[in-house]
Design a protein around this ligand. Structure first.
Ligand SMILES: C[S@@+](CC[C@H](N)C(=O)[O-])C[C@H]1O[C@@H](n2cnc3c(N)ncnc32)[C@H](O)[C@@H]1O
Length: 346
């Protein structure tokens, strides 16, 4: 994308305030870029990146990884999830030399698309699954998730969700999300007989590096999300899932060609990934699902943002609301990270 905005403008506009660490750092990086500082070196070649590539968030995640692995103890006081409570306005003098000392590593981090594997989004899957079970009368489910990252969403039945007048999931689980909304939801019980995901760049949640990688994309002051991720990782340690390295469409087509028992409903589910797919990927995956429907029972559940053009900025803070869909029908809308969910009037 070419645009009249400079990279510095885009860094400054991203949050548009200095109320938290990342707001301050992006504003300082913008000034540094304007002044010809280290930000120029780090972002060289990214000046005209598409807005949706969000190189600024990739950089902040790369910086966070340096902190998480213990190589920048001077920055820990600025990261609330590490117990820090120092005013973010004081951070830049410590951050700038660190950026200069890690230019190559941080440039490499710009090539890594955000991997927010947000397990709270599984509440949208619960809504879609419940409706699919109601419509088909089939409770035994084979769950397929393209764009699964580390596959934490595949563990939906091992999580507990509590909403307005309903709850779902085991009583004994470290993963409990309250405030799920969805007034009127009647969760259906399901038996997930098989679960599997794919991703262009799967993250292995069983390794310390994989777990650090996932944490680095969760904003450091969002303590509830860090707690939720920790809980999901604890569940995943007990119940590991397989995530294949593959693009969405080819993988879904292959999985749907596999034999499956007559009494099993195949559910293709994805969340906050279609935004990153080329249009051909989406079309090819939908074609694969449509073809499979002629052979086996299939439900397609999605929690995705409305289409954005390549020029538009994707949802960041308070942007467009994702919708929860079953076979293209909108069942409700939810927050970017899942809860709270509002069911569509019926
Ligand atoms: C923002 S993350 C969301 C991960 C997960 N679905 C969730 O909601 O927690 C987007 C994921 O989509 C993956 N992705 C992007 N393009 C893809 C494609 N064409 N095929 C498969 N995965 C893709 C990325 O690697 C990344 O893991």
């Amino acid at each position: 994308m070419t645009s009249d905005l400079t990279l510095a403008d885009r860094l400054r506009d991203h949050f548009g305030h200095r109320d938290h660490l990342y707001g301050v750092l992006l504003a300082e990086l913008a000034d540094d870029w304007d002044a010809g500082g280290v930000a120029r070196e780090i972002f060289a070649g990214w000046e005209d990146a598409e807005a949706r590539q969000l190189p600024q968030l990739r950089l902040l995640a790369g910086l966070f990884r340096i902190v998480l692995r213990g190589d920048a103890p001077q920055l820990e006081p600025f990261y609330p999830c590490l117990g820090g409570d120092t005013d973010p306005e004081e951070a830049w003098p410590s951050v700038r030399p660190l950026l200069a000392a890690h230019v190559e590593e941080l440039r490499a981090s710009l090539t890594e698309a955000p991997q927010t594997n947000e397990p709270g989004r599984a509440v949208a899957l619960l809504v879609g699954l419940s409706e699919a079970v109601r419509r088909t009368g089939t409770r035994r489910v084979r769950l397929l998730e393209p764009g699964a990252s580390a596959g934490l969403g595949l563990l939906v039945d091992r999580y507990r969700f509590e909403g307005e007048g309903w709850s779902a999931g085991p009583a004994e689980t470290p993963f409990v999300v309250r405030g799920c909304g969805a007034e009127g939801l009647v969760p259906e019980s399901v038996e997930i007989v098989e679960r599997r995901g794919c991703d262009l760049a799967p993250v292995d949640a069983s390794t310390p590096e994989g777990r650090t990688y996932l944490r680095s994309f969760v904003w450091p002051w969002q303590l509830d999300r860090h707690a939720r991720l920790d809980a999901a990782l604890a569940v995943a340690a007990e119940h590991p899932v397989t995530v294949d390295r593959s693009g969405a469409a080819a993988w879904v087509r292959e999985r749907l060609a596999e034999p499956v028992a007559d009494d099993v409903l195949t559910v293709v589910w994805h969340s906050v990934t279609r935004l990153y797919w080329p249009l051909e990927e989406t079309q090819a995956m939908e074609a694969a699902v449509a073809e499979a429907r002629e052979r086996v029972p299939v439900a397609h559940v999605a929690m995705e943002h409305p289409w954005v053009t390549w020029q538009e900025r994707p949802s960041v803070d308070g942007g467009r609301t994702p919708s929860v869909e079953l076979d293209g029908e909108v069942l409700g809308s939810c927050g970017h990270h899942g809860p709270p969910l509002v069911l569509a009037p019926r």
